[in-house]
Design a protein around this ligand. Structure first.
Ligand code: PRX
Length: 650
């Protein structure tokens, strides 16, 4: 079944006969996509979704890069994710198994989900939300987060989910950029066994901005004592209790916005990635069905992402529900109350499909295979990873200790901007290769090009681009068409540039080489270099800062910050360790704990070229503990030596 290729080639794993014979995807899909062109996507859109008004137009690419897919069709996302399964007689199937961190749990059938989503939609409408309004969602991983997203979609309101780990300031800037009318949040959540609070961050954000916000809808999750502003704040349970379970979904045009999701870019200002309805849902359903081989009657699917990231949008809130799946959502961390928590959940619900991140796998690897061995994982039949490259060691460990050497693994490459999976093996079809996302999905055209945009032969490093429009592509950056064009389409003209380096190996399989821009990837989270640098210099003791992403065994990359202290900080002669810690905490507060540098190194100078550009490459050498590279273009060639010497004495 699996084969050892010759010694110069990497070991690959052929699909088992058993899996292949039942797989949703077949090799034909590639030929069909090739032969049918755009019609391939039209067929997926018709087969996988219910349209209240069928479309005639498939793709309008007359004004690139502004694509329109299925433009004259109409549909509703929530109807497709929920109601139609009830209408088809599957109302008693579980849609969501919610597992709280403290161990409380609650399951919702599709009928119950329909009632909850309808009540939430009615409650939001009575708070003045209507089609086209923006709703900021700042929530823990609880069922109400998914219900809120679907309720927005039901009304035609545009949700803008802000990761619950982001700071009040990050929340404020996202609320203001999208001019949200409503914020949906919770009193708090549980994190590593302790109750935490979320609502105070909303209050702080709204005290500094958020003039567009009329109401805050608050889910009571942990009962903690949070401030409440009468007139503005409304309890979720009270609003829903008063609301009807009858709600007519609004008819949305295929190109009506579905959501905005902010992601880090190469400047300090996050980009509001805009996704629309018909094309996004088509590719969400198509990829979820074929890449995860979903069998809605029998599978129990679990994606461990948070709804604050795109993975939680496409592969929790939309893809699985569109396909009528039963899925698990989990509120907490993998080590609470013990390090076997993930495996306990797999065992409890009989999870069959598990989609997680390489960082989570590497962490579990460090904890040791004895931990998963204590649980019954025999229900698992397919594993997936996303967010960063997976090193072959972690891939092999995942296959062996979690997948019992039988589960296919899909390493899926995509981005907030692409909306859905673009490159991945097809389970049951592709012979998998640890460490490589391998081949574009049927219907997707990617290429590896040089800096002039010319396609490169195999075994050559280059830039990853997408050559043809795809249904779930971002439509623009909210409120900033120019930035959309300049960020993604200026470099290679008619090709979308993803920001990643890549190469194809001798077999033509794609290997993602990481970001080639000022974006770092820490535990699969995208962090912007300039955003962290501006947070650093907003600390009163920091005069200048430069940040690099250094290779890290567990998190893929780790943030290393090099800072020059301001005059008063140096003259005050504070304890450097204490000050570094204070600066780290400051970044955590300004952006999010995930953006906290692993190390803050206080240095006398930063390496700059004559034109004043910081040469981060040299700092990366220091962070990765390598000999420092070529310093000949520095204005002062002794700077790197000064840095190394200063760190050596600490
Ligand atoms: O660098 C790539 C990396 O994550 C980036 C996208 O981040 P984000 O928009 O936050 O979306 C993450 C979840 C889809 C990409 O530009 N990335 C994502 N998946 C992979 C990956 N790198 C290597 N292999 C992957 N499978």
């Amino acid at each position: 079944m699996s084969q050892d290729s010759n010694s110069t080639k990497q070991r690959t794993y052929a699909p088992s006969q058993e899996f292949a014979s039942q797989a949703n995807a077949t090799a034909d899909l590639y030929t069909q996509a090739e032969e049918q062109g755009e019609e391939f996507w039209a067929n997926q859109a018709r087969d996988l979704l219910s349209w209240s008004t069928p479309f005639n137009s498939v793709l309008d690419w007359s004004n690139p890069p502004f694509a329109k897919w299925f433009e004259d069709g109409k549909l509703n996302a929530a109807y497709n994710a929920v109601d139609r399964h009830v209408e088809a007689g599957n109302g008693d199937r579980v849609a969501l198994h919610f597992e709280g961190e403290p161990g409380d749990s609650k399951s919702y059938t599709y009928s119950e989900l329909k009632d909850e989503v309808s009540k939430a939609a009615n409650a939001m409408e009575s708070l003045g939300v209507s089609k086209g309004d923006r709703v900021a969602v700042y929530m823990p991983m609880i069922a109400e987060a998914v219900i809120t997203m679907l309720a927005c979609a039901r009304i035609g309101a545009i949700h803008s989910v802000v990761f619950g780990g982001f700071s009040a300031d990050a929340l404020r800037s996202r609320i203001d950029d999208g001019e949200a009318k409503l914020v949906v949040t919770a009193d708090g959540s549980y994190r590593r066994g302790k109750p935490t609070q979320l609502k105070p961050a909303v209050d702080e954000a709204l005290s500094k901005g958020g003039k567009s916000v009329k109401h805050v809808l608050v889910v009571k999750r942990n009962g903690s004592d949070v401030p409440f502003e009468n007139g503005r704040d409304v309890w979720w349970h009270e609003a829903l209790e008063a609301a009807s379970t009858e709600h007519t979904p609004s008819e949305q045009g295929a190109e009506d916005p579905l959501f905005i999701l902010y992601t880090s870019g190469t400047t300090g200002k996050p980009k509001g990635i805009l996704h629309t309805t018909g094309g996004y849902l088509t590719q969400a359903a198509y990829t979820h069905k074929n890449v995860f081989d979903l069998k809605p009657e029998t599978d129990v699917y679990w994606c461990t992402a948070d709804v604050g990231w795109v993975t939680g949008h496409t592969y929790i809130a939309y893809g699985p529900l569109l396909n009528g799946a039963t899925q698990v959502i989990y509120e907490g961390t993998p080590d609470s109350p013990h390090r076997g928590r993930f495996w306990e959940i797999v065992q409890k619900y009989g999870v069959t499909i598990l989609y997680t991140s390489p960082t989570a796998i590497r962490t579990m690897m460090k904890w040791g295979e004895e931990i998963p061995a204590e649980f019954d994982l025999s229900s698992l039949r397919l594993l997936g990873t996303v967010g960063e490259a997976i090193n072959p060691e972690a891939w092999t460990w995942f296959r062996k200790y979690i997948g019992a050497e039988k589960c296919p693994i899909v390493d899926t490459w995509w981005q907030t901007e692409t909306g859905a999976i673009m490159i991945s093996p097809l389970p049951g079809v592709t012979e998998t290769k640890p460490g490589s996302a391998q081949i574009p999905l049927p219907g997707i055209a990617v290429d590896v090009v040089d800096d002039a945009g010319t396609s490169l032969p195999n075994e050559t490093d280059g830039f990853l681009v997408v050559r043809k429009p795809w249904p779930s592509m971002l439509r623009t950056i909210w409120g900033d068409d120019d930035r959309f064009v300049n960020t993604y389409w200026a470099q290679f003209g008619d090709k979308y540039f993803a920001g990643d380096g890549a190469k194809r190996d001798a077999d033509g399989d794609v290997w993602i080489l990481g970001r080639v821009d000022d974006v770092m990837n820490v535990s699969g989270h995208r962090l912007s270099t300039p955003e962290i640098e501006s947070a650093l210099v907003s600390h009163p003791s920091v005069a200048e800062a430069a940040v690099v992403g250094a290779a890290d065994e567990t998190t893929g990359q780790a943030v290393f910050a090099f800072v020059i202290l301001s005059d008063h900080a140096t003259t005050e002669a504070r304890d450097e360790t204490e000050l570094s810690e204070e600066i780290r905490a400051h970044v955590g507060k300004e952006i999010s704990p995930i953006a906290k540098p692993k190390k803050v190194l206080i240095v006398p100078e930063l390496p700059k070229t004559r034109s004043g550009k910081i040469m981060r490459r040299l700092l990366k050498d220091v962070a990765e503990d390598r000999p420092v590279g070529d310093v000949s273009t520095l204005a002062d060639q002794t700077v790197m030596q000064q840095i190394v010497d200063s760190l050596g004495t600490k």
